[in-house]
Ligand binder design. Structure first.
Ligand code: ATP
Length: 449
């Protein structure tokens, strides 16, 4: 898919998302809740389509991966064992002057909180000695289980979905009679009390992850890491994300998590710079060994052909559903000029477009609306569609371009004579006439559905 036109700024994306009801601030009527966002009717379709496509790719198309849906609240020991209670921290610093709090490693991306220094980088204030010493801040949200708020009932909102997979290793491997290598996939909410959330849905305190943990023999870890590195990058390329906007970043020894042997981020060049939106990590046998030790449950795997018993290594692919949606928004929205007229078009893979087809009667008389409704109802049995009879057809096209609808179908006077409709393509803006009868099949083929 060629993506001509200019890249939008973040401001344009945020305001378009609000205007078209894709993503809006949480609790807006009360002034909003910082870093929390609600997905509106079109946004929820977009994010669901991304998650469904990921789920289909991971669990339906592959014979070696099963899915689960674990609870968000888990036994507190899980988080002690995983190292999150002691180590899931970010370095926090306070500005002595404006009292704002920042993440030490993000001072370059943050602005000083004082109105007197508006626009000044927080790192500059740091250089000027205006900050307190860094202290470690745990990112896990705590809450209480049951009616008594005492220490015994403290539970955490999970900061990653992965642990729900590790503790269920035996519950999948046994019932599904899995042999290594195999994987377990999960999509779900995660929560992190981020010190500096921001950049719209890029860094929030409540978000969704699409994670897959692949269990392998320790001698095959590098091979599977490379396999998943390539497979995950290819997934985004297949969705039409521009290749020049994607890259890998291999973690340096200083960046590697304490449990990881090797790790790659998939980064996208957002308007605010190159940033990670998926991580592919070799987590070694750290997780299963720790849970085995702490729970006393044997989480080893026995290969009855080779008679070998071992703790499997884990290769993890960890993507953010919200960050992936942001990649699609940023990569897809283009402003272009066609024959002297400006249009905003959301060039989105048809599989993840919120609305697959819009149906218009050319005019609201002569039986055209009735016929258009019949066509819309028929298409709706298979695809999410939208019926629009308001305003000039050109304007109706523009409204659909802006939300990424791949095809618009118009019923006109010729339809009444020969049962053909016009189909207009979002990207080429070209129109075709096809028989009404074959419309559903025609669309299905082009939408890849
Ligand atoms: P960062 O360095 O940006 O904080 P991370 O390295 O902590 O990210 P991981 O723990 O590897 O991120 O999480 C895997 C994925 O989960 C990320 O690539 C991202 O897509 C998503 N994710 C993590 N934190 C957030 C957040 N605060 N808001 C939205 N998505 C997030």
């Amino acid at each position: 898919m060629a993506k001509k036109g200019t890249d939008p700024t973040m401001d344009k994306i945020v305001s378009l998302c609000k205007r078209r009801g894709l993503v809006v601030q949480s609790s807006e009527i009360y002034g909003g809740l910082n870093s929390c966002w609600d997905y509106g009717p079109l946004g929820v379709e977009l994010k669901r389509n991304i998650k469904d496509h990921w789920w289909t790719t991971m669990t339906h198309r592959r014979a070696d991966i099963d899915g689960i849906d674990a609870a968000i609240l888990m036994h507190p020991k899980v988080w002690e064992t995983s190292g999150h209670v002691s180590g899931f921290t970010d370095p926090l610093v306070d500005c002595k002057e404006c009292k704002a709090r920042f993440r030490l490693d993000q001072l370059d991306e943050s602005e000083c909180g004082s109105p007197a220094y508006k626009g000044r980088k927080a790192s500059k204030c740091h250089e000027d000695g205006k900050f307190t010493e860094a202290r470690q801040f745990n990112l896990m949200f705590k809450t209480f289980m049951g009616p008594v708020e005492d220490g015994a009932s403290v539970v955490f909102l999970r900061p990653e979905t992965a642990q729900g997979i590790y503790v269920n290793f035996l519950n999948v491997q046994g019932p599904m009679r899995r042999k290594i290598p195999f994987g377990i996939a999960q999509i779900g909410k995660a929560f992190r009390n981020e010190i500096s959330p921001g950049n719209f849905i890029f860094r929030t305190r409540e978000f969704e992850q699409m994670e897959m943990q692949f269990f392998v023999h320790p001698s095959e870890d590098d091979k599977w890491l490379m396999h998943w590195r390539e497979a995950r990058m290819q997934w985004y390329l297949d969705l039409g994300i521009r290749e020049e906007k994607l890259r890998f970043h291999q973690h340096t020894p200083e960046e590697l998590a304490h449990y990881a042997k090797d790790a790659y981020d998939i980064e996208y060049e957002f308007p605010f710079g190159w940033k990670e939106f998926e991580g592919i990590h070799n987590r070694t046998d750290f997780d299963l060994s720790r849970h085995k030790e702490a729970s006393g449950v044997d989480l080893t795997y026995y290969n009855d052909e080779t008679k070998e018993r071992y703790v499997p290594y884990i290769i993890e692919t960890s993507a953010g559903a919200d960050r992936s949606a942001l990649v699609c928004l940023v990569d897809g929205f283009r402003e272009e000029e066609v024959k002297g007229e400006k249009r905003t078009v959301f060039r989105l893979d048809p599989r993840i477009a919120p609305i697959k087809g819009a149906v218009f009667p050319l005019v609201n008389r002569d039986g055209m609306p009735e016929l258009a409704h019949t066509i819309d109802n028929d298409l709706r049995t298979k695809f999410k569609t939208f019926y629009d009879d308001k305003g000039a057809v050109g304007r109706r096209y523009r409204r659909q371009d802006e939300i990424g609808t791949p095809y618009c179908v118009t019923v006109d006077s010729q339809t009444l004579e020969d049962q053909t409709v016009t189909i207009r393509d979002r990207d080429t803006m070209e129109q075709d006439r096809i028989p009404m009868d074959g419309l559903k099949q025609w669309l299905g083929e082009r939408l890849g559905l």
